[in-house]
Write a protein that binds this ligand. Structure first.
Ligand SMILES: Cc1cc2nc3c(=O)[nH]c(=O)nc-3n(C[C@H](O)[C@H](O)[C@H](O)COP(=O)(O)OP(=O)(O)OC[C@H]3O[C@@H](n4cnc5c(N)ncnc54)[C@H](O)[C@@H]3O)c2cc1C
Length: 404
């Protein structure tokens, strides 16, 4: 077990610096353009792949080869400090990889995760498809069905997935589907839909409030036939698990929830990056901007806003690092991952809103980046479990009661 320390290793400091330079010199200059274009930034992701920042090797490096768990939040804070829409265009595939890691066998991990990313010369994308038009927070209400065809050893998937990052443009779709409706959320399984599979298509592409460089769309599954080996974890393990649940014995936790649980501290670190970007920008602005013959920071009302922002951001980083460390040591006790996500989303929204306030009229225009950061920040109260769902998870953990 690694000791918890606030001192980063030499490697982690190098990683932080490397991503910060990329964020400052490559991401920031093109962030506004991709936000306006509202389309997936292929040239940008290709550039990230060329320097090794987009790829399964990079993800493995920051996630697996780090006993402290801190490399991931350190890297993601810098990336999202650069820009959240572009950051998500790099990180969306990570959700699919996490879905495979949560339910797949070692062989499946080795086969499919590299295919989610492709190579530096030919990038690929992955998508994790859990949410549906009538079922986001309420995972027990998923309707997408997977039926086993014994004659051909194939699974047949039908349904519609909603709000899917990289949905329809991905090479690999990881789909959560119902295999036994009576078992509600315990009757789910995850499937790989390989590239160019017949029956999978993109539905509507959403026009969004923020992270507009990230592609979000519906995924329609119409009689999608998948070979048996595309069931993550394999049929034998699934049958055993379903049998245990039917007998009333505790099954493994739900497929989708496993993925979300493992990724919450990382998502919190992304929100933290946006909060810090807004704080740093408004601090500099407040020192430069004059009103009534003095820099506006000389007014306590402005300086105290910045003092509060700095304090909240540092408090959030402590929660995020604690959660990342606990997650790596497999020592979560009181939903610390959800605490970090809850706090980070709120702090990102609040800090970016305060930044607009400090910039005044300029802050409200698209000439300055803080309005974009404010739009981007709001998603962190919504995806990967809304604010209220995090509160639900935390309240159940601290009370031991089934709070509804
Ligand atoms: C940009 C974007 C990208 C996304 N990417 C993905 C992706 O890649 N893959 C994927 O599977 N999904 C993705 N999602 C979906 C996202 O995870 C869901 O939107 C989210 O889980 C909320 O579900 P919902 O939108 O159906 O809201 P609902 O579940 O309908 O919630 C609506 C409101 O009711 C509240 N609420 C619901 N239930 C309760 C309760 N029990 N107690 C208290 N309050 C409650 C919620 O907190 C919220 O405020 C994405 C969404 C967006 C917007």
């Amino acid at each position: 077990m690694a000791e918890f320390s606030l001192e980063l290793s030499e490697d982690q400091i190098q990683l932080q610096k490397w991503i910060h330079d990329f964020a400052e010199n490559v991401m920031r200059p093109q962030a506004e353009e991709w936000d306006e274009r509202e389309e997936f930034p292929y040239p940008f992701v290709e550039e990230a792949a060329k320097i090794g920042l987009y790829g399964w090797e990079f993800m493995a490096e920051i996630m697996m080869n780090d006993r402290t768990g801190l490399s991931t939040p350190v890297a993601l804070e810098e990336l999202f400090w650069g820009d959240a829409g572009l950051g998500m265009s790099i990180m969306g595939t990570g959700l699919a990889a996490a879905g495979i890691a949560a339910s797949g066998t070692r062989d499946q991990l080795a086969e499919w995760v590299p295919q989610c990313y492709g190579t530096a010369d030919k990038i690929a994308l992955g998508a994790f498809c859990a949410s549906e038009p009538d079922a986001g927070s309420d995972v027990a209400a998923y309707r997408t069905r997977a039926k086993y065809d014994e004659a051909t050893d194939e699974w047949v998937l039908n349904g519609t997935k909603a709000w899917i990052t990289n949905g329809g443009i991905a090479d690999i779709h990881v789909v959560v589907a119902v295999v036994d409706a009576e078992l509600k959320s315990k009757g789910h399984a995850s499937f790989i839909v390989p590239p160019n599979t017949k029956g999978l298509s993109m539905g509507q592409k959403y026009k969004k409030h923020g992270i507009r460089a990230s592609h979000t769309a519906e995924v329609v599954l119409d009689d999608v036939r998948l070979p048996g080996h595309c069931l993550l974890g394999g049929k034998e393990k699934l049958d055993e698990r379903l049998a245990r649940v039917r007998e009333g014995k505790p099954g493994n936790s739900q497929a989708a929830m496993q993925t979300f649980e493992a990724t919450r501290p990382a998502v919190a670190a992304q929100a933290l990056g946006i909060a810090r970007a807004a704080y740093e920008y408004s601090l500099e602005y407040a020192k430069e901007r004059h009103a009534f013959g003095r820099p506006i920071i000389m007014n306590q009302s402005i300086a105290f806003m910045l003092a509060d922002m700095a304090t909240e951001i540092d408090a959030t980083r402590m929660l995020v690092w604690r959660a990342a460390w606990l997650g790596r040591q497999k020592k979560f006790k009181n939903a610390e991952g959800s605490m970090a996500k809850l706090k980070a989303g709120r702090v990102a929204v609040h800090s970016t809103e305060r930044a607009i306030q400090i910039l005044g009229g300029y802050g409200y225009t698209r000439e300055y980046p803080v309005e974009r950061w404010h739009r981007d920040a709001k998603i962190f109260d919504i995806f990967e479990g809304t604010e209220q769902i995090q509160q639900l998870v935390i309240s159940r953990a601290i009370s031991g009661l089934r709070i509804e």
